[in-house]
Design a protein around this ligand. Structure first.
Ligand SMILES: NC(=O)c1ccc[n+]([C@@H]2O[C@H](COP(=O)([O-])OP(=O)(O)OC[C@H]3O[C@@H](n4cnc5c(N)ncnc54)[C@H](OP(=O)(O)O)[C@@H]3O)[C@@H](O)[C@H]2O)c1
Length: 331
């Protein structure tokens, strides 16, 4: 089977197409013919081995010291079940599924355990659309609904709102009934309003940083405010959610345990079948929709990595792995 592989950490030039053996299917495994798999900012981090702050060493120990231990890249997939092990009960060949893995999704075939992060895809959604959800929407769901406990009527600021996670955080926060302020370049403001943002701000206009107790929750995928300005933006019971671990954030989290006022949180959004089920329900209810930036054929995965590395994309960058889909890039 065709797969994208990488054996040393580094830039997009390290990614190449290779022939790999068909995965062996165990008794409780599901073999998926992958049709779509995104290249995300998270994949770029795995590809460079550039883990932030004190996560560098544990990250390298977990994924490989000088290069990815699991050579086939790709952490999110959508496709069709083509074979199941004899003990599998949840899936049958022909099921349309989507899910998340630690590696291996940038390949024509992917073997996942039945009890892993794999679930039925949203009904009526194309593979490219379903594959756009687990990374951005799954991360936003973990942090906003789970860690942050965002409730209807609360005021939320989404930083990096036009990014791979932010675009879905805006949609999920709006669907939860929150009042959403999106921080992004002016060129993205109209589309962010279309996704549910009530208010849009421009990062280069520093006035927004001076607002006092304006929000109940600040969602910061890039750690832009981890130096402390989040405190004054938040109401006393407010929550600051950063996806990027830093020493300053660790200190703020420790102090938050003993001092009154808003609290800081971070963590890792681990995938699960329960979260995928929640995303499917949101998708089928129309509460979240895919935002696709560009679709690349799997042979052009290095180019897709280069495009993601520029940071210029708006939405999910997708690899078309198997059969062509009707969907093409939105913009
Ligand atoms: N902890 C977890 O579980 C978890 C899960 C998923 C992702 N992540 C991490 O989250 C980070 C973001 O992922 P992503 O997919 O959203 O990345 P992305 O697609 O590159 O988007 C980042 C967005 O943030 C904006 N931005 C960057 N620096 C900024 C700043 N200083 N002030 C305001 N806006 C800024 C960018 O805007 P411009 O393009 O206009 O600069 C861009 O729209 C990555 O580092 C990823 O590894 C963590």
């Amino acid at each position: 089977m065709k797969a994208m592989i990488q054996t040393r950490y580094g830039g997009p030039e390290r990614v190449s197409l290779a022939d790999r053996p068909r995965p062996a299917v165990g008794p409780r495994d599901v073999l998926v013919a992958v049709q779509a798999s995104p290249v995300t900012a998270g994949d770029r981090r795995l590809s460079t081995g550039d883990y932030p702050c004190i996560t560098w060493l544990p990250g390298r120990i977990a994924t490989g010291l000088t290069g990815p231990r699991a050579p086939v890249s790709g952490t999110v997939f959508a496709g069709t079940v083509v074979e199941v092990g004899p003990a599998v009960r949840r899936f049958v060949p022909g099921d349309a599924v989507f899910g998340q893995v630690m590696s291996g999704a940038h390949a024509e075939l992917l073997c996942v355990p039945e009890d892993g992060a794999v679930a039925r895809a949203p009904a009526g959604w194309e593979p490219h659309e379903a594959a756009a959800l687990p990374y951005g929407a799954g991360t936003a769901h973990h942090f906003l609904s789970g860690v942050g406990g965002l409730a209807a009527g609360e005021r939320v600021l989404v930083i990096g709102a036009a990014g791979g996670v932010g675009l879905y955080a805006v949609q999920l926060a709006a669907s939860l009934g929150a009042e959403v302020t999106a921080l992004a370049r002016p060129a993205d403001h109209a589309s962010l309003r279309g996704l549910g943002a009530h208010r849009t701000l421009e990062p280069r206009d520093g006035a927004w940083r001076e607002e006092r107790a304006r929000y109940d929750l600040v969602f910061d995928p890039v750690g832009a405010l981890d130096g402390g300005p989040w405190r004054r933006l938040l109401a006393p019971q407010g929550r600051y959610l950063s996806l990027i671990l830093s020493m300053r954030l660790l200190l703020a989290m420790a102090l938050g345990r003993i001092l009154p006022g808003p609290r800081a949180h971070t963590g890792v959004a681990l995938a699960s079948a329960e979260r995928l089920d929640a995303l499917r329900a949101l998708a089928e209810a129309g509460a979240v929709r895919p935002v696709i930036d560009r679709v690349f054929p799997i042979d052009a995965a290095a180019e897709a990595h280069r495009h993601v590395a520029t940071g210029q994309g708006r939405g999910t960058v997708m690899l078309q792995v198997g059969a062509p889909s009707r969907l093409r890039a939105a913009g």
